[in-house]
Design a protein around this ligand. Structure first.
Ligand code: ADP
Length: 571
């Protein structure tokens, strides 16, 4: 049965019974009232009249006139109040006997009157008794019905009182408990209510919800597990080494490649901090050192008897948690990008360049030699056109030699086969040697080169003379190349702290700031310029200077000229 029907029936019945009880009570009270009224009007009054007549009869001898009037008045009232069987005859007899008495009073006649009055009184007394019996029955009936109905009301109220709160509260308590279970992810929880249809429906809906949540949970869990597996497999199959650290530097993930190159196994790593692992592992220690300042230099690691090259990258992981706005740091990933194939290609290219430039150097030198011999008057006189032609062949040959020289230098730099001959060098000698090399080039554009030395005579740099002259030479030939006709190139050599700084300033067209970093990269040339260079000079210069523990750089802006500088440590 529905709870609503149950409540309607229970409370409705109670209401109906209370109404019935009130109606019945008032009906019986009215009935009892009419019964007592009947006794009062019909019998009590007749007894009263009879008593008054008896009193008047007693006084009739002493005060006859008032007593007679009093008697007659009460007799007249009695005549109008005839209610009992035989009362009429008794009243008629009374009137007759009183009349006779008035005509000729005597004790016998008075006795007759008294007997009539007693008859009337006893008739009314009996009437009272009878009617009182009826009133008692009415009262008993009323008591019976009121008590019966009251008992039924009490029973119903009692049942409702004990049943209803429990019927409602128990399922609510059970439901509250089950909702808490669901909130605690116990999706096996089910509810079963007996009794009311509404609670059965509620239980069914709850159970369906729990089942769906269970389904959803298991499906998302398996999906998440699947996704996790997929990502793990993906990370494991990567050719790059990946190590995941949480915000407290605990290793929570490491792929097979990382295990292979670090020579570790998973069990001894997971759950440990990277610092703990670094204690017994050189590579991890190296990675840790570079963690806050990642280096761009590739790391060489020998695995499977083969040299592998890795580029280290540190990726910080920041997430925005659900419901939050701020990004939160939750760890970082150390990525060792495997660049071995590129390195191998690079080596092949460097070897190729080295071989070609080496092979070209001899025939080019031979050509230059041949050209110089042809220019010798011993072998005959040349006309002006032939001389011009030979000059041009000589220049081209020189340029080819320069290029092959640069390429050879580059291959030396790249293979790490560069050999430095560090000695105490005089900055002045370096500058003069470099100027000497470019004098002819400067003359062609009528460019003057002046130098200023803000150093002491005994200030020497610790450097490889030839390589430093080569760098200086490269700066100067670039400055000449990019200067306009009839301009001036300024060389400044100054002492700064424990270094000697060499600056070469030209008033050429300058370099846009956005290219400043790239011009020191291999093969880079400022876009839009068609020069016959290789884009290698500055890259080689940078390498030569850095190998000598010096610094190299440029200050320049478009149309403002350029200052290229390098500094070397004092000897
Ligand atoms: P390249 O053989 O092309 O001269 P470099 O490495 O010496 O190669 O120079 C790289 C590029 O830098 C040049 O192509 C040129 O565009 C620019 N550059 C170098 N020096 C200067 C300079 N003094 N003024 C303007 N641009 C320069």
């Amino acid at each position: 049965m529905k709870l609503k029907t149950k409540l309607t029936l229970g409370v409705g019945l109670l209401f109906f019974l209370i109404v019935l009880l009130s109606v019945m009570g008032s009906v019986y009270i009215n009935k009892l009232k009419s019964d007592t009224e009947k006794i009062l009007i019909a019998n009590y009054n007749s007894i009263e009249f009879s008593k008054n007549m008896l009193l008047a009869l007693d006084k009739i001898k002493s005060d006859s006139l008032i007593a007679i009037k009093d008697f007659q008045k009460n007799s007249a009232l009695q005549e109008k109040n005839l209610t009992e069987f035989g009362e009429k005859e008794a009243t008629q007899n009374l009137n007759l006997h009183f009349k006779n008495y008035l005509q000729q009073p005597s004790d016998d006649k008075e006795k007759l009157i008294r007997e009539d009055l007693v008859t009337i009184m006893s008739l009314n007394m009996k009437g009272i008794e009878r009617k009182s019996d009826i009133a008692i029955i009415t009262a008993e009936n009323a008591t019976f019905w009121i008590v019966s109905l009251g008992t039924v009301c009490f029973l119903i109220a009692f049942i409702l009182l004990f049943n209803l709160p429990q019927t409602i509260a128990e399922p609510i308590n059970q439901l509250t408990f089950s909702i808490r279970q669901i909130a605690n992810k116990n999706y096996n929880e089910r509810v079963h209510f007996k009794g009311s249809e509404e609670f059965n429906d509620l239980a069914n809906s709850f159970n369906i919800m729990a089942e769906k949540l269970q389904e959803y949970e298991s499906s998302t869990l398996s999906k998440q597990l699947m996704d996790k597996k997929r990502i793990e497999t993906l990370v494991n199959n990567m050719h790059d080494a990946v190590i995941g650290l949480d915000e407290n530097h605990f290793i929570y993930m490491i792929n097979d490649e990382a295990l292979k190159i670090t020579n570790l196994n998973k069990e001894e790593i997971i759950g440990k901090t990277v610092h703990e692992v670094a204690v017994n592992n050189d590579l991890v220690r190296e990675l840790l050192k570079n963690m806050d300042h990642p280096v761009k230099e590739p790391i060489k690691i020998v695995t499977d008897n083969k040299e592998n090259y890795f580029e280290q990258d540190i990726i910080p992981i920041n997430i925005v948690k659900t419901g939050e706005k701020e990004k939160k740091y939750i760890g970082r990933v150390i990525l060792l990008r495997n660049i071995t194939p590129f390195k191998e290609l690079d080596f092949a290219k460097t070897n190729f360049i080295a071989t070609i430039s080496h092979e070209l150097k001899t025939p080019i030198s031979a050509i230059k030699m041949g050209v110089q011999l042809l220019g010798n008057q011993k072998f005959g006189e040349l006309n002006d056109q032939q001389k011009e032609l030979l000059k041009s062949i000589n220049e081209d040959g020189q340029r080819l030699l320069d290029i092959t020289g640069e390429l050879l230098n580059l291959s030396q730099v790249e293979t790490g086969n560069i050999r430095l001959n560090i000695e105490n060098c005089s900055p002045k000698e370096i500058v003069h040697a470099a100027i000497k090399n470019v004098e002819k080039l400067a003359e062609q554009k009528n460019i003057s080169i002046n130098s200023q030395f803000s150093i002491n005579d005994n200030d020497f740099v610790s450097a490889d003379f030839d390589k430093t002259v080569w760098v200086m030479n490269n700066f100067l030939s670039n400055a000449i190349k990019h200067s306009f006709q009839d301009e001036n190139i300024h060389i400044l050599v100054e002492k700064i702290d424990s270094n000697i700084k060499f600056s070469i300033t030209d008033t050429g067209k300058g370099i846009d700031e956005k290219y400043h970093r790239q011009i020191f990269d291999r093969y880079f040339q400022v876009p839009g310029e068609h020069q016959n260079g290789t884009g290698l000079g500055l890259a080689i210069s940078k390498n030569f200077i850095e190998k000598q523990h010096g610094e190299i750089g440029v200050n320049s802006s478009l149309n403002q000229g350029s200052t290229f500088y390098f500094s070397l440590p004092l000897a």
